[in-house]
Design a protein around this ligand. Sequence first.
Ligand code: NAP
Length: 299
Amino acid sequence: MSSSKSEAMLIDGKAIAQELTESLVHQVTQLKQKNITPGLAVVLVGEDPASQVYVRNKGKMAEKIGLHSVQFSLPAITSEADILKRIEALNEDPAIHGILVQLPLPDHIDSAKVLRLIRPEKDVDGFHPVNVGLLAAGLNGQALIPCTPAGCVILAKRHRGEDLSGLEAVIIGRSNIVGKPVAQLLLQENCTTTIVHSRTKNLAQHIGRADILVACLGRARFVKGDWIKPGATIIDVGINRIDAPEKGPGKTRLVGDVDFDNALSIAGAITPVPGGVGPMTIAMLMQNVVTAAQRFSKQ
Ligand code: NAP
């Protein structure tokens, strides 16, 4: 993490994720002493290249911290009934504490139906309605919390400290997987929380109030530097691929939802893309598998 007088502090998600995974290794060792090896099953349907990379990275990280990790790569033509059968088997498998179905699923499969079948206590993505409800009710200790939102809060605290009370938090985006749960978490941290979305009027005005800005709309460099409140904490969740002719013909690169170069001289702290929220998502997934196994060990 570095800071200077004129530039925002860079919140190094990669380094923070590394710290978290080191502490997870210790927790996994303790579970193994009780003869429990936390187990993660990842179900991938189809050949989407981005999904294949995500699943591979999750598998590698799981092995690195000593989890039992299994992957089911099913062809895109797999029927919904077969996927549901696979989930039922994993629900019953005592060696598996966490089940993750990589989204998006092919169009002929009802994703909501598949996600609802995962036992809430094995739902390490935190997308099951039971976990959504527990989070909304503030019963986080019984829930599994969605990984990217949980990571966003940890990153914001690296700049603001543990107490976020009274800060203005503005979240751009209201998806079920990022925007809404990150808003719930920041509300629980006693932030004054606003969600803005594609129908919001005077967007820049709302953004300009934010002490903590979470950009999760999926639009490349959408948030301009001069919209940002000086000193704000910027958590950039967006992952957008854009052309990068400077790297050569046909080349691309990843950018966030915030115009990073302009924001750097105005924000107090900012997460880079890549290397910010992304690595935290995987670390929080591993944390959820370990948490699920710890709860299982107490049953
Ligand atoms: P999503 O389901 O497409 O939701 C986008 C949200 O942004 C919607 O609520 C939409 O509003 C809002 N929005 C879109 N355009 C807007 C605009 N011009 N002004 C204001 N609001 C606007 O996306 P998502 O799944 O939440 O993902 C968001 C981004 O985060 C994507 O780039 C995704 O790749 C990235 N992501 C990263 C990670 C990670 O680990 N780093 C994890 C998950 C997602 P409406 O509801 O009104 O349409």
